[in-house]
Write a protein that binds this ligand. Structure first.
Ligand code: PNS
Length: 158
C-alpha cells in the first residue's frame, strides 16, 4: 500500500527548513501533504491563501508533494485523508519535549498513525518562522533562509 505522510504546521511563513523536510519526506514516502493549520494564530503575518500559494509554488515541480489546509484535530484530518504518517521536523533538543508530547497525544488519539521525526540540514537548524518574522521586521537579512517568494512577499508587507 502506498504510504501517505502529512506534514502539518502553521508555515507562517514557509522557511527553507520546512522545504528541506518536505524534500526529505517526498523521498521517503510515496506522497506527502503539507497541511497548513487554519487559525493557528489570531493574527498571522501571511493569510491562509498566501501560505497555500507560496507552498504550491515551491513544490510545483515535486509531483508527490501536495498542499492542503486543515482545521480541528490533526489526527482527524490524518484519518480523513487515510494517511499513515505524521512528519515533524526536529531542529534541536529544545524542540523535543513539545514534539514528544504531541506525538504521544496523537498516538493516544489515533494509535495507528505513526509520527516520524526528521532532521533538517544543519544550516537550517536555527531557523524558525517566528525568528524570520522578527529579524525581517527589524531590518535584518533573511536571504537564503526562506524561499525567494517568501522574501518578496515579506518586502511587500513593509
Ligand atoms: O508549525 P507549528 O505551529 O509547530 O505546528 C503545530 C501543529 C499545527 C502541528 C499543532 O498545533 C497541531 O497539530 N494543531 C492542530 C490541533 C491538534 O490536533 N492539537 C493536538 C495536538 S497533540
Amino acid at each position: 500500500m502506498a504510504t501517505l505522510a502529512v506534514y502539518p504546521g502553521s508555515f507562517d511563513p514557509l522557511t527553507n527548513g520546512h522545504v528541506d523536510i518536505i524534500a526529505r519526506g517526498a523521498r521517503l514516502f510515496d506522497r506527502i501533504v503539507v497541511a497548513i493549520l487554519v487559525n493557528a494564530e489570531k493574527a498571522p503575518l501571511f493569510s491562509m491563501s498566501e501560505r497555500v500559494e507560496i507552498a504550491r509554488e515551491d513544490f510545483k515541480d515535486r509531483p508527490n508533494a501536495a498542499v492542503d489546509t486543515f482545521d480541528g484535530l490533526l489526527v482527524d484530518y490524518v484519518e480523513r485523508r487515510q494517511a499513515q504518517v505524521i512528519v515533524r521536523g526536529l531542529r534541536a533538543v529544545s524542540d523535543f519535549e513539545f514534539e514528544f508530547q504531541m506525538a504521544l497525544m496523537n498516538r493516544r488519539l489515533s494509535p495507528n498513525v505513526e509520527t516520524v521525526f526528521m532532521m533538517p540540514a544543519e544550516q537550517y537548524t536555527y531557523i524558525s518562522s517566528r525568528l524570520i518574522k522578527e529579524v525581517f521586521a527589524l531590518g535584518g537579512r533573511v536571504h537564503g533562509l526562506v524561499p525567494d517568494l517568501v522574501e518578496q512577499r515579506l518586502r511587500q508587507k513593509v
